[in-house]
Design a protein around this ligand. Structure first.
Ligand SMILES: [Mn+2]
Length: 407
């Protein structure tokens, strides 16, 4: 049997802009390279947004529909933990596609997300805490899928669902979460750890993480499928190629996609001449010319001295725009701005109410503006309807409240 696997296509990423075609080219290739398989699995984030533009939805649907014109040996047996009538029999034409939705597609329960919309159109089977059972060449294959949920609920949702391998079958567990130690965004810490995953599956397939990895795990193999095209790049992606995969119930074959943008991830500490250093490193990287423009991410960290005005970096992407797509991430902090960080920390620890926090921010801003207004005066002016006067004071048009006719 041959089961094709890919994930995180992010169709519609950068739509209408320079990299707007990347997601579709990658999906097209991934589907084409799957046309000799029995089944296709997509591990979430097929789309880049929960409500894609009609153009994006239509193009994605058209690309996927190519799989329905091919012959497959896969026969659908049954669906568990989902109403049978929810799955259109049309989804089993040609090579069936089984998908979960990801973080980018998730909508509230009553709403239809774009992967579900594709299911309604008979283009795929969508799973959320459900299992689709197939027979391929006399062997059973069970796909157990849990779509992306907010990280803090992931462990609970998985425990409630409690997926169990089906006997005498090849069992694939497909998820779209951060699972420690694989963390996609530090802003949303995972509740799941690798050891929380249930025993007994042949393949543990994980979407969401945009870099890829495969290793023996529990009773089978763990595969981080990675993304098919570069979106918000992580450093770990820069040394890897974008892939689709083929699983034959034991081994996983990696199938590199032809369309690849090389990713460069450059890190700099803030220095007065950091802009020149960035330009020099970009020029050096571009000496090896390629057909496809690379993506270069330059990240600046460190501290900017209070006395210094950091240079503008916006000229750099433009300067190299013919040869590379450049993104500058400014993470350098200005000296003295730590107070603001402290304020945020106190807010997070709930030492300040949102009102107190707002007032403190307002007070700090007033001091920086040096407009001579006190907070109480602002509230008095607002309460009395003197909005224009307040605006003029804040914008510096009006210097003082003395000798002004207040409403
Ligand atoms: Mn993703």
């Amino acid at each position: 049997m041959k089961i094709s696997i890919f994930s995180d296509c992010h169709c519609g990423y950068n739509f209408g802009e320079e990299r707007g075609e990347d997601s579709f080219s990658a999906l097209q290739e991934a589907v084409e390279k799957s046309l000799d398989s029995d089944l296709i699995l997509i591990a979430g984030d097929l789309f880049d947004s929960r409500i894609p533009k009609q153009e994006v939805f239509a193009r994605t649907a058209k690309i996927l529909s190519r799989a329905q014109n091919r012959k497959s040996r896969a026969n659908f047996i049954e669906i568990r933990n989902k109403e049978k009538h929810e799955v259109s029999p049309l989804a089993f034409r040609g090579i069936p596609i089984v998908a979960i939705h990801g973080t980018h597609e998730r909508r509230s329960r009553q709403m239809v997300n774009p992967v579900q919309a594709l299911e309604h159109a008979g283009l795929l089977v969508h799973l959320h805490c459900a299992t689709a059972l197939f027979e391929i060449g006399g062997k059973k294959v069970a796909i157990h899928g849990m779509s992306g949920v907010p990280e803090r609920f992931a462990k609970e949702v998985l425990q409630q669902w409690k997926p169990q391998p089906i006997e005498n079958s090849t069992n694939i567990l497909m998820l779209h979460q951060s699972i420690e130690p694989y963390i996609y965004s530090p802003l949303e810490p995972p509740s799941l750890k690798l050891e929380d995953l249930p025993e007994g599956f042949d393949l543990y397939l994980l979407g969401h993480i945009h870099w890829s990895e495969k290793k023996p795990f529990k009773s089978g193999t763990l595969l981080l499928a990675g993304s098919t095209c570069v979106t918000s790049a992580h450093k770990a992606e820069s040394e890897q190629e974008k892939m689709a995969y083929a699983f034959d119930e034991k081994n996983i074959e990696s199938i590199p996609l032809d369309f690849q943008r090389k990713i460069y991830f450059m890190e700099f500490g803030y220095e007065a001449d950091v802009a020149q250093k960035i330009e020099a490193e970009i020029s050096a990287a571009l000496e090896t010319t390629r057909n496809v423009k690379p993506v270069i991410i330059a990240k600046i960290s460190g501290t900017i001295p209070k006395t210094e005005t950091p240079p503008g970096f916006s000229g750099i992407p433009e300067k190299f725009s013919g040869r590379a797509i450049i993104k500058i991430i400014r993470n350098a902090k200005t000296e003295g701005l730590d107070e603001q960080t402290e304020l945020l920390r106190m807010l997070r620890e709930q030492k300040l109410s949102p009102e107190e926090h707002g007032l403190r921010l307002l007070k700090d801003n007033l001091e920086q503006l040096k407009c001579g207004l006190r907070i109480e005066e602002i509230f008095e002016l607002l309460a009395d309807g003197n909005v224009d006067l307040l605006y003029n004071m804040l914008s510096g048009k009006q210097k003082t409240l003395e000798n002004v006719e207040v409403k």
